[in-house]
Design a protein around this ligand. Structure first.
Ligand code: TYD
Length: 212
């Protein structure tokens, strides 16, 4: 498919503790007049429950990665594609860059070239976001914002988050037209206003684009 409706697809990305979910919540109020579809990965469909279980039980990195991809497929089929086809603005808390950034780390040494493998699994059928806001902050600050150690998910460790954030920054550097880096050390209200204004700008400039 060459085009995918006229809606706009916005993704929010960043490591755990970067304030991206708070930002997602704030945008609900700030952009209410645009009537966006607010959604998330994992968990927009029942597949997300299986992902949560796989994360909690640390069943196996490949199982976990493929379940994240399955969750993405269901999210696209049930939420994202229909909304974009109706011309809606879609704002999702995490999307495919989360897979590239996190699972490249968790699959290291398990599959050859994890990032290539992950991208190949998405290429040709996923929808590339129009704009991605990447919340960036020092790892120490992210860790202080997270739950106490025993309650954390296995991703929420310094060594992992450091690599994940470096991956995200590399993607932002490679695709400067899509990514906007957000300083997550700024007060949450300031961050939310900045992102809301930028989304309005994208909406106004009528970014009607061609999608693969
Ligand atoms: P999320 O729901 O954003 O975190 P929280 O439980 O703090 O609200 O995501 C759960 C975890 O899953 C988070 O540590 C990031 C990770 N994750 C991946 O590793 N790969 C992915 O593709 C996605 C969407 C999330």
């Amino acid at each position: 498919m060459d085009t995918e409706g006229t809606g706009l697809l916005i993704t929010l990305e960043g490591i755990d503790g970067s304030g991206k979910s708070t930002l997602h919540e704030s945008l609900k109020e700030l952009l209410a007049d645009l009537d966006p579809v607010f959604t998330r990965e994992p968990g927009a469909t029942w597949v997300g429950e299986q992902v949560r279980r796989a994360i909690k039980e640390q069943i196996d990195p490949v199982t976990e990665a493929t379940l994240f991809v399955a969750d993405h497929a269901a999210h696209l089929a049930k939420v994202v594609r229909p909304a974009l086809a109706e011309g809606r603005l879609v704002i999702t808390d995490r999307y495919s860059d989360s897979r590239y950034a996190y699972q490249s780390v968790t699959l290291q040494g398990i599959v050859p070239d994890p990032e290539g493998w992950l991208r190949a699994m998405h290429n040709g059928w996923t929808i590339i976001p129009d704009r991605t806001f990447l919340c960036v902050l020092p790892i120490d600050e992210a860790l202080t914002r997270l739950k106490p150690d025993p309650q954390r998910e296995h991703f929420e460790k310094r060594e992992i988050l450091e690599k994940v954030q470096n991956n995200y920054l590399a993607y932002a550097k490679a695709e400067p037209g899509r990514f906007v880096i957000v300083d997550a050390m700024l007060p949450p209200d300031t961050v939310a206003k900045f992102v809301a204004d930028a989304i309005r700008q994208d909406q106004v400039s009528g970014k009607t684009k061609r999608r693969k």
